[in-house]
Design a protein around this ligand. Sequence first.
Ligand SMILES: O=C(O)COP(=O)(O)O
Ligand SMILES: [Mg+2]
Length: 228
Amino acid sequence: MNKSFPLPVKAVVIDLDGTLLNTAPDLAEAAQRMLRDLAMPPVSLDTIRSYIGNGIANLVKRALTGEMHGKPDDALFVKALPLFEKHYDEVLHCETRPYPGVMEGLKALRDAGYTLVCITNKAQRFTLPLLAAMGMKDYFDLILSGDSLPRKKPDPLPLRYAAIYYEVEPKDLLLVGDSLNDSQAARAAGCPVVLLPYGYNGGKDVREQDCDAVIDSLPELLKLIRKA
Ligand SMILES: O=C(O)COP(=O)(O)O
Ligand SMILES: [Mg+2]
């Protein structure tokens, strides 16, 4: 359904991995170190990139099985997850960088008076130090991580929570993301959604996705929205 631009918006909700930050290199390094500890063969950066989006536990299961919906042996998973988390703590912001235009876009959105929210499937123990290390944590009035609520994207719960928190309708919350998790969560919650093409959408082109617009960088968003 095509919406009329500029969209009236009360808050901008922004995804982390693949939208704000290119986290794949550090996630891949943590996965390689975990696999080495387990005497298992390494996995390429591109393959790990295709595993990102549904939280660390799913990324580890995929790295252990080589399948998107793989179910590793429980004993192996229980051993592997803490290894991954220890290594990800070590490399959390070694290679990770904001995508081009993200810092400029956050500043422009804040200067235009929009409330900014971050909703990610990444666990809070990584989300908060990572946003702080990137110098962007203070832009966000509310940060919901993958373990902040009982369910995470593509479930609509985090977006519904944000709408209630700000006492706005879901239609007034715009989600900016990089993957099917974001567009599905937004559609289920009744929120408009804009996608960026440079993130982690399982290797699929976001332009084939059900969304309201695709932009090349965050600053372009300001042309598509207005204060509601
Ligand atoms: O898979 C993750 O941990 C991160 O996913 P995100 O794209 O929601 O930030
Ligand atoms: Mg993402």
